[in-house]
Design a protein around this ligand. Structure first.
Ligand SMILES: N[C@@H](CCC[C@H](N)C(=O)O)C(=O)O
Length: 282
């Protein structure tokens, strides 16, 4: 089995080419692949499968050739992965599985519907649904309980601003924040934020750390950055705009429009190799 390793602002993925959907990918195999000591290591797996060959992609096969089958590192599924989509597109283009239409966008099928991608040099930008702020909730970390905004970006997020006296570096994210299961019955990704200094060309600048559902703390979360940007714009009384979001792995730029959300940043392929798969089976 061939694999490629890639990342977007340090959010890293094992990419498995499976054009015909023949691979028996199980939660156990995903968790073994993502194990950072006994496997390849990754925040998740991106299976590259033709939309027509995947039960959850087939409905979109008329609009997109490829389906991003995303799995978290614990073997659970997620509806959407923003950085994953950007790395997925880099993979398709570098392997000549797709061509970037000049001046146009490349459609990709995901569990959260179609996303459209544009390549901008070292960056890949993906257009996703506009984040929807739909509720309020709290996250408790250690002894600290913080109010936050629940945001749907295809997958669920809870965005919590830190009080001015606290610093992101002081957070202990080795354990999952506690959240209200009634608001998030399928779990949630939790972003912690502080305001950043003004950035040229951006309407806002936010620093964030994230604890991801199914993957623990990661260096970056693309959909999380979109959720954070939407909250920053709302707090600035804006419907639309561009927000620079700094994560531990680098900078993402989010542009919220009237009806969608663009996520842009670097997307890198690191290595390709062959799995000795028997050694990885749990
Ligand atoms: N890192 C991703 C989000 C991956 C899915 C998430 N852990 C979930 O379960 O919803 C991103 O870049 O968006």
């Amino acid at each position: 089995m061939e694999f490629t390793k890639g990342h977007g602002t340090g959010n890293d993925f094992v990419i498995l080419p499976d054009p015909d959907g023949a691979l028996d990918l199980t939660p156990g195999l995903v968790a073994a692949l993502c194990d950072r000591r006994r496997g390849l290591g990754g925040d998740g797996v991106l299976r590259v499968v033709r939309a027509a060959k995947h039960p959850e992609g087939v409905a979109l096969a008329g609009e997109a050739e490829w389906f991003m089958d995303y799995w978290n590192s614990d073997g659970s599924f997620a509806e959407m992965c923003g950085n994953g989509a950007r790395v997925f597109v880099r993979y398709l283009l570098e392997r000549s599985l797709a061509v970037a239409p000049s001046g146009g966008t490349l459609p990709i099928a995901t569990r959260a519907g179609l996303v459209r991608a544009r390549v901008e040099g070292a960056d890949v930008a993906v257009e996703m649904r506009r984040p929807r702020l739909y509720d309020t909730a709290t996250a408790t970390l250690g002894g600290l309980t913080l109010p936050g905004a629940a945001v749907d970006v295809g997958n669920p997020h809870l965005v919590c601003a830190l009080p001015a006296a606290l610093d992101l570096t002081g957070l202990d994210l080795t354990r999952a924040p506690e959240v209200d299961a009634a608001v998030f019955p399928s779990g949630v990704n939790v972003e912690f934020t502080t305001p950043g200094e003004p950035v040229d060309g951006a309407d806002g600048h936010v620093l964030m750390r994230v604890y991801e559902r199914g993957s623990a703390e990661t260096l970056s979360c693309g959909t999380g950055a979109c959720a954070v940007a939407a909250v920053a714009l709302r707090d600035g009384d804006r419907e639309t705009g561009t927000v620079a979001v700094d994560v531990p792995g680098g900078r993402l730029t989010v542009t919220v429009t009237a009806d969608s959300c663009w996520l842009a940043g670097p997307a890198v392929l690191v290595a390709t190799g062959t799995l000795a798969s028997a050694a990885l089976l749990p």
